[in-house]
Design a protein around this ligand. Structure first.
Ligand SMILES: C[S@@+](CC[C@H](N)C(=O)[O-])C[C@H]1O[C@@H](n2cnc3c(N)ncnc32)[C@H](O)[C@@H]1O
Length: 196
């Protein structure tokens, strides 16, 4: 399973945002919507072997939304529809247990450290000054952690260091997180196509 984790430092934990102005009213949930698109959407289908965790820290106790490609339904390529799915998930009562919102979308209270993916395969922290991801990524389980427009805090970085995460770069320029996800997916696709 390929897992992506995106930290939304200001991303809202409530459904009280406007679908007419997602960037301005949701703590940049638009960034996370684009990450969802890049993680799952193929020309004619959905990547079923991918999951993404969105860490939402924009108010009160942090929440996590998980989208699981295997069961995902109703995902369209546009941001508005994706944001509407997240809005629905955020409207659910939530505690420390996963609750299903729509097929393949789950929500609960919790932060980065609470994820169950740690220890399942290698953890990669995507950072501009990391080592080149080419030749480092391998097929199989892997978890890829990215920041939003703010990046990751020193505390988050310390947590990932404790997991022995590999710090990797996808290229010499600072890119948007969703574009990094496309590049990682592509690199893994290419790797898997040559080893099969
Ligand atoms: C727009 S960038 C963050 C910029 C933010 N100002 C900072 O300094 O962290 C969003 C995220 O994409 C990832 N990223 C951007 N460019 C990258 C690159 N060349 N290699 C690896 N990851 C990259 C990082 O995870 C980063 O936190």
């Amino acid at each position: 399973m390929r897992s992506f984790v995106v930290v939304g430092n200001l991303a809202t934990t409530t459904p009280d945002f406007s679908l007419e102005d997602i960037p301005g009213t949701s703590g940049r949930l638009d960034i996370l919507c684009r990450c969802i698109n890049s993680a799952f959407v193929l020309s004619h289908g959905i990547r079923r072997d991918v999951q993404i965790y969105l860490i939402l820290r924009g108010g009160g106790a942090p929440k996590t939304i998980r989208l699981q490609g295997r069961d995902l339904r109703h995902l369209n390529p546009d941001e508005r529809t994706t944001a509407a799915l997240l809005k629905k998930a955020l409207a659910l009562e939530s505690d420390a247990k996963w609750r299903r919102s729509t097929p393949g979308i789950f929500v609960r209270r919790g932060d980065l450290a609470d994820l169950e993916v740690w220890g399942e395969g290698t953890t990669y922290y995507l950072r501009e000054d990391g080592i080149d991801h080419r030749g480092v990524l391998t097929a199989g389980d892997g978890t890829f952690v990215l920041g939003d427009h703010i990046g990751l805090s020193a505390e988050d970085e310390g947590f990932l260091e404790g997991l022995d995460a590999k710090i990797v770069s996808v290229g010499p320029r600072s890119l948007h997180a969703d574009h990094c996800i496309v590049l990682v997916n592509n690199e893994l696709d290419r790797f898997e196509a040559t080893v099969q």
